[in-house]
Write a protein that binds this ligand. Structure first.
Ligand SMILES: *Cc1c(COP(=O)(O)O)cnc(C)c1O
Length: 448
């Protein structure tokens, strides 16, 4: 690519490329970054400048970029075959990865259904839960409970169970209705953390008392609402939600797309509270941040409801062209090997403790309302006024301003409105982690 200058590439971007989640006007006016290569936890742009990948390329990267073992796994698979279909036939790495995932996941989850993105994994989970009740002779159970301020991806079904007005409100007429309940947000709750937790649980019970007979399932981001602003559940909430779902005969769908594969310090966030979902979606870090593979894991009880003779019409009619892609599954297997070889979860736990120390001084900054952290998942909520918790107006794009500063200082991350996120690659060495936090601190000081 080096034959193209920055200016030439920028002009081609302007003419031909529409970037996701990006207001193209502001983007094109503000010296867009054009990345040429990566190395470890750094990205390099076409002008040769280096940046820390402070959000793991939007929550994906695990072991750093261009890891020799992951690169080798793809090359090795490439010499066999790049892709063949999973519709009505199978392939070697897709089978082996399914076995591996079932071994890692909570015990109830026994079958793996692949797709290419987190949003698709969510669609699949919703359709499975919906059709499960039909096959069980309970078609009246067809409604989902989802959380206010939730994010489950951008396809229409995933948006229907989402709850972020900024992203979702304009599509309202396209969406199927769901029952929305409040996700606990202690920082903005007028009362104690315990009262906040209880209020949310009471609200959920109230909805189930009224509509329980029609509810197919409840979908939730475990422990942390990611894109909603890194909002963290008080301890005990998730376990209680799971109990309530069992009491009311409602399937529990857990979206581990952001939290799965060690982000929060456990392999899956639901392990923090020993929760066993009926359906679990994974994506993002599954391939180490290399290729688009996602999966919906489900119980044998659900799988068995679809199992029968063709004429019984129980087949799950869902699939995508690249479902079970061999290159993706091969690199996912190598990624999971590295978790073991490098004892990665131990590193995440140690790094999380150090990170907590290094984040401590940020809490004293005049415009930092709250610093939230679980494992290597961090949200720093900026406020105009610390005492009143008044937020900056949305149009001020305060988070974007801080992230722009951080970029000038050599760190890339993205804001969620007025929350600055920090999601480094899991294997980030401690010295780099500390350097990243120092940049964040300076960027917040100068950018607010
Ligand atoms: C990112 C994300 C998704 C969507 O995943 P894509 O691969 O971007 O479609 C779904 N759920 C959660 C919790 C996520 O963070």
């Amino acid at each position: 690519m080096a034959q193209w200058s920055y200016e030439e590439l920028l002009e081609k971007n302007r003419r031909y490329l529409w970037n996701p989640f990006t207001q193209m006007k502001g983007y094109l006016e503000d010296e867009p970054l054009i990345i040429e290569r990566g190395e470890g936890v750094k990205l390099y742009d076409v002008q040769g400048r280096a940046y820390y990948d402070g959000n793991a390329s939007v929550w994906l990267n695990v072991h750093g970029h261009r890891h020799p073992k992951l690169n080798a796994a793809i090359r090795k698979q490439l010499d066999q075959i790049a892709h063949s279909t999973l519709l009505g036939m199978a392939n070697v790495p897709a089978i082996l990865l399914a076995e591996r995932l079932v071994g890692l996941a909570p015990a109830r989850l026994q079958k793996v259904f692949y797709s290419d993105s987190g949003a698709e994994a969510v669609e699949i989970g919703l359709k499975m839960a919906y059709q499960y009740w039909k096959h069980r002779g309970r078609p009246e159970k067809h409604v989902f409970i989802s959380m206010k301020n939730a994010y489950h991806g951008d396809t229409v079904g995933a948006v229907s169970v989402g709850g972020m007005d900024l992203f979702h409100a304009s599509f309202s007429h396209l969406l199927f209705p769901t029952l929305k309940v409040t996700y606990p947000y202690p920082y903005r709750f007028p009362g104690t953390v315990e009262a906040c937790r209880q209020a949310c649980l009471d609200e959920l019970i109230g909805v189930l008392e009224e509509h329980g007979d029609t509810v197919a399932g409840l979908i939730v981001e475990p422990m942390v609402q990611g894109a909603g602003g890194m909002i963290m559940m008080p301890p005990g909430t998730l376990a209680e939600v799971a109990n309530i779902c069992r009491d009311y005969d409602v399937l529990l769908l857990i979206d581990e797309v952001a939290t799965g594969f060690g982000r929060t310090g456990r392999m899956f966030a639901c392990e923090h509270e020993g929760v066993e979902p009926d359906i679990m979606m994974v994506g993002k870090k599954l391939t180490g941040g290399y290729l688009p593979v996602a999966a919906t894991l489900t119980s044998d009880e659900i799988y068995d409801a679809f199992y029968g003779e063709l004429y019984e019409a129980k087949t799950f009619y869902h699939g995508h062209s690249y479902t079970g892609n061999q290159l993706g599954c091969a690199v996912a297997l190598a990624n999971l090997d590295l978790y073991e070889e490098e004892r990665l979860l131990d590193h995440v736990q140690e790094a999380s403790c150090r990170l907590a120390e290094w984040l401590e001084p940020l809490k004293a900054l005049p415009h930092v309302g709250e610093v939230r952290q679980l494992g290597l998942m961090v949200g720093i909520e900026l406020v105009k006024c610390k005492e009143t918790k008044e937020t900056y107006p949305w149009e001020d794009a305060i988070g974007a301003q801080v992230c722009r500063k951080a970029r000038e200082m050599g760190l890339i991350t993205r804001p969620l409105d007025h929350v600055v996120t920090f999601m480094p690659p899991l294997a980030t060495p401690l010295a780099d982690l500390q350097a990243m936090v120092e940049i964040l601190e300076r960027a917040i000081r100068e950018g607010t």
